[in-house]
Design a protein around this ligand. Structure first.
Ligand SMILES: Nc1nc2c(ncn2[C@@H]2O[C@H](COP(=O)(O)OP(=O)(O)OP(=O)(O)O)[C@@H](O)[C@H]2O)c(=O)[nH]1
Ligand SMILES: [Mg+2]
Length: 388
């Protein structure tokens, strides 16, 4: 199983940086030179500044049109770099990480996703994007809704992370971002680490690709962990990983098409009866009635860890809120714009032009012309004198 993580924009490159820390192959792309320099783990030769000719390396200030243009202009450089990283061994999945609310990630990610789909038709393109906070207001919300629409026509799945879940802790915003970034990387890295690994019943790359090939619908990664000694019911722990507090997206899991569950822990806790009880219950619950499963008993382990992937989701409160709010914002913005234009027209109509008030008089204009000619003459004379 080979994955390449590509971060786009500030949020995306910070997430890619964490993937790089835990030894994944990662690439960072941004319109901001400063943000690229700030990264700690992505190697220097895997950081690409795009759109320098239009932004001067200073970011696009939440304008996705500029983000899109920046990616388009430098797409050949980006694709060449990706090609050189890939070499002769195929990539199973490209994970594109980004923030839905900014400009570089929101504008650039769909352009790159489309190019990757065209150049590597056998690889999956999975977007991992952070949804804006409600309080961020009009632009991030509109950027997010339009980018969801664009990506849903290109990507195989969109793993959406709802930043509103950040508010459940007491951290300040940058600590909260760090925590959510760390958590998403931990979940996806744990899942990927268990693919193609020997176990009781294992998951392979084709299972993961099957689950994520879900025609641009939403996916979410759930998680539950407990001390092995404290697990009273493994089946409850598994079910918890599917519940709202285990997921980073408000979603109706019953609308999910596929599920995938990986369970890792000491052999005495991974009881088959418990596991099957939970998985049978959950399989009956989701729309696609299919859950891929992997059990990884590990005698050295003291914790039980459950990572869950749900895909093909089309009912999500987080997404519906954004799209609905974006439409409301867009409607009232267009109305306000139209109203302002009408008001402006009404206010200013009926005013004369300068010509109507000040009819040009031949004599006056000639005089002006003469004066300028005089000034020219004096300047020439002065220059001549200076040169003598
Ligand atoms: N989860 C998470 N969300 C983030 C982080 N940084 C920013 N965001 C969210 O992402 C959106 C902003 O995206 P950025 O990545 O900062 O923007 P960008 O793609 O660099 O684009 P420009 O700055 O406009 O050039 C906002 O909605 C933020 O809430 C982060 O580290 N983690
Ligand atoms: Mg930025």
């Amino acid at each position: 199983m080979r994955a390449l993580i590509i971060g786009i924009g500030q949020c995306g490159t910070k997430i890619a940086d964490l993937f790089s820390l835990v030894d994944f192959e990662a690439l960072a792309i941004n319109t901001s030179r400063g943000d690229l320099e700030y990264l700690k783990h992505v190697p220097q030769d895997r950081r690409i500044l795009i759109g320098e000719s239009i932004t001067g390396g200073k970011g696009v200030n939440a304008n996705p049109l500029l983000g899109r243009e920046a990616m388009k202009r430098d797409l050949p450089v980006v694709m060449r770099k990706i090609n050189s990283i890939i070499g002769y061994e195929d990539i199973d999945i490209f994970f594109l990480t980004f923030g839905f609310g900014g400009g570089t990630g929101a504008g650039g990610t769909p352009v790159l996703a489309e190019a990757l789909k065209e150049e590597y038709p056998d690889s999956l393109v999975v977007a991992i994007g952070a949804l804006p906070l409600r309080e961020e207001g009009i632009r991030p919300t509109i950027n997010a809704a339009i980018t969801i629409d664009n990506l849903s026509k290109i990507a195989d799945s969109i793993i959406a992370i709802d930043n509103n879940k950040l508010k459940e802790g007491n951290d300040d915003i940058s600590r909260a971002y760090e925590r959510i970034n760390y958590t998403i990387v931990e979940r996806i890295a744990s899942l990927l680490a268990l693919v193609d690994v020997p176990g009781e019943q294992t998951l392979d790359a084709s299972d993961l690709k099957f689950v994520l090939k879900a025609f641009g619908s939403f996916a979410t990664v759930g998680y539950a962990k407990a001390d092995a000694g404290k697990v009273k019911s493994l089946s409850r722990l598994i079910i918890k990983s599917f519940e709202s507090e285990g997921l980073y997206l408000e979603a109706n899991i019953e609308s999910a098409l596929y599920g995938l569950v990986a369970i890792h822990g000491p052999p005495e806790v991974l009881k088959a009866s418990d596991i099957f009880e939970a998985l049978d219950y959950l399989t009956g619950k989701i729309r696609g009635k299919q859950i891929f499963r992997g059990f990884y008993p590990d005698p050295r382990e003291r914790e039980v860890e459950v990572v869950t992937l749900l895909s093909g989701i089309y009912e999500s409160k987080s997404i519906e809120d954004i799209v609905r709010t974006a439409k409301e914002y867009a409607r009232s913005f267009m109305e306000a714009k139209e109203e302002a234009e009408t008001k402006k027209r009404e206010l200013l109509s009926g005013l004369p032009d300068f010509d109507d008030i000040y009819p040009p008089e031949r004599g006056e204009l000639d005089e002006l012309y003469d004066v300028s000619r005089d000034v020219d003459k004096v300047a020439k004379a002065l220059r001549r004198r200076k040169n003598d």
